[in-house]
Ligand binder design. Structure first.
Ligand code: AMP
Length: 402
């Protein structure tokens, strides 16, 4: 989509071997274009330029040696066929998973870069080095354009100390910054803002439980627009059961398994992060769709995995409604949250006495990109399905900073 010289924001989300991008007209919610580079570093990388609805416009296969090369290729397209001018670029917004001490987005300068490298690389070794690479690649390709880092952890920095501390010897908090950080913050923030709009109430007067249920999954309790607790912790392993992650577990069980099976730390880490959750219990898949299909054909372990997955979400909703002393709304978002009506029905059943009454017809209808309310009109607590848009939130935050 061409624009006639208006300011735009480029939003980058760099994974270990991928780069997602979206372009927004700055100051608005209008997405102009987007795309995805996969298999960065491999000779057969795939670059897909998309319309904003995710529909592929152009697919190219070829070598993309690193993130800097990927960003150069994206810019080449945006500034060439895309019809954008370099001068239109107001800001580059970056998704950065771990922000350590940062409680808000920052414009990246040398001091921020030093902190990100020295502190956060250790806190999120699988994510932050790649997010950082995106920042340096943008600096090299677009000198003079401000880079805004938006952290997944930042929204959770309002959690009070008694909620973010672990009951470990205090020295480990001082020495190693071991505490709850929380993740998916940009998504929790975005959907809570949208939910307030749907409630027709100012955000500062709302109490909302947000459920981000995708490949990774976390819930947050959001009081008056600020996060007061979240289910993920020091790492994204804590909390509810996920596709391949265990979620909450007694640490003594982990120690016992390590001892009995003589496992290294790395091996146990792999088991907890990559071989547990839906995958570990069912033995079939980490994808909720496969689990529901297998359950329907009589697979008992799939049925158990589904029940466990829903049960753990239900427990957190209950806990967070207690923390908030009642909620105005519960929000479901991300891949499973937006699309799986059987999961939502199972999570939300038998909650009338705490004010949640689901409308089964509305619930079944809210799939394949449809969003809206799924609670009955008599339900004191509203339940919404909202499509998350982390890139849009990053663009809005970048606008505020530049
Ligand atoms: P995300 O990380 O937000 O992209 O979510 C991806 C995950 O959402 C997948 O791994 C699936 O488990 C889940 N998902 C997506 N669509 C559906 C669906 N229709 N039913 C159940 N789960 C779904």
């Amino acid at each position: 989509m061409k624009t006639s010289g208006e300011a735009i924001n480029l939003i980058l989300n760099c994974g270990s071997s991928s780069l997602k991008y979206k372009v927004f007209k700055s100051g608005t919610e209008l997405c102009l274009t987007g795309g995805l580079v996969e298999r960065i570093g491999a000779p057969d990388a795939v670059i897909t330029h998309n319309a904003c609805n995710g529909k592929a416009l152009k697919k190219i296969t070829g070598e993309v040696s690193n993130h800097s090369a990927a960003i150069s290729m994206v810019l080449e397209r945006l500034l060439g066929e895309g019809g954008f001018g370099k001068k239109q670029l107001k800001a580059v917004g970056h998704r950065v998973v771990h922000g350590g001490k940062y409680s808000a987005p920052v414009i990246v300068d040398n001091e921020v870069k030093k902190y990100l490298k020295e502190v956060t690389f250790e806190l999120a070794p699988l994510h932050n080095p790649f997010n950082y690479e995106g920042v340096t690649a943008a600096e090299n390709n677009l000198p003079g354009v401000p880079n805004v880092a938006v952290f997944d952890t930042a929204f959770h920095q309002t959690i009070p100390d008694f909620a973010y501390m672990y009951a470990l010897p205090y020295r480990y908090y001082i020495k190693y910054l071991v505490r709850k950080y929380g993740f998916h913050g940009t998504s929790h923030q975005y959907v809570s803002i949208q939910a307030a709009k749907m409630l027709k109430k100012p955000l500062s007067k709302t109490k909302i439980v947000t459920c981000h249920l995708g490949n990774g999954a976390s819930l947050s309790a959001v009081k008056f627009g600020k996060c007061v607790d979240t289910s993920m912790g020091y790492t994204p392993l804590e909390g509810v059961m996920m596709g391949t992650r265990s979620g909450d577990i007694d640490p003594a069980a982990v120690l016992h398994i390590m001892m009995e099976e003589e496992l290294s730390m790395h091996e146990m880490d792999t088991i907890l992060n990559r071989q547990s959750g839906l995958m570990g219990v069912s033995g079939i898949s980490n994808d909720l769709r496969d689990i529901i299909k297998a359950e329907a054909s009589g697979n008992k372990r799939a049925a158990l995995a589904f029940k466990m997955y829903c049960y753990k979400i239900k427990k957190y909703i209950g806990a967070y409604m207690t923390l908030l002393n009642g909620a105005d709304a519960v929000v479901f978002t991300a891949g499973a949250g937006e699309n799986s009506h059987p999961m939502r029905a199972e999570v939300l059943k038998n909650m009338e006495n705490i004010g949640i009454i689901t409308d089964p017809v509305l619930n079944r209808a809210m799939v394949s990109g449809r969003v809206g309310e799924i609670s009955a009109s008599a339900s004191p607590v509203k339940v919404f399905v909202i499509a998350t848009d982390e890139e849009l939130m990053i663009s809005a935050l970048a606008d505020k900073m530049t």
